[in-house]
Write a protein that binds this ligand. Sequence first.
Ligand SMILES: C[S@@+](CC[C@H](N)C(=O)[O-])C[C@H]1O[C@@H](n2cnc3c(N)ncnc32)[C@H](O)[C@@H]1O
Length: 205
Amino acid sequence: MMETTTSITRNKYNRNSGLYDLFEFPAEILLYGRWRKQLFSNIGNQKFLEVGVGTGKNFNYHPAGSMAIGVDLSEGMLRKAKLKSKQKTKILIQTDIQHLPFADATFDQVVATFVFCSVPDPVVGLREIRRILKPDGKLYLLEHVLPENKILAKLFNAFNFITVKRGGFFINRRTAENVKAAGFRIVKENNLLSTVFKSFIFEPG
Ligand SMILES: C[S@@+](CC[C@H](N)C(=O)[O-])C[C@H]1O[C@@H](n2cnc3c(N)ncnc32)[C@H](O)[C@@H]1O
């Protein structure tokens, strides 16, 4: 069952990869770019793992001198990322966050931006990250989540089926709860836009 939903997600991102950067451009200029810069200011210039690397929108914000391994499910998204990764120190791997090909306690830092809205089973994916993260490691996230406002939350729940069908992402995920269910505790949580867009730092709990 999870196998099927995962291939549906992969197909949707493959299909949307061509126009992904174009569609995201306004939000990128107005909001996301600033938030990405802020998130990556926490990352030291050592090796880190970026999961759901997509088209490589974060590459410009990776700290100078850092070594990044990026993984993504979609070969279409990775193809775009490869074009941006030229002259930069990146290793890109097509793989599923829900089954990461790394040994336990490999990484000090894991980053994901706008990813756990689309991973078919987010708790399974986050448990994998918990496994490959060192016990004193940190997980950095940018996410959109279900708003706290009850009326807005109803709207997000009502329209969720459209974003899932069209784009393969959920607008009603309770990501902080999912990360906690995977064995992490919150170090820091910031509201970036209302209670919908948030940045988080987690550590193994
Ligand atoms: C909304 S995009 C975000 C891309 C990028 N992080 C960004 O900030 O622009 C979500 C990405 O997560 C990837 N993804 C979704 N489920 C995944 C999974 N199970 N394993 C690996 N990547 C996954 C998708 O292929 C897509 O590239």
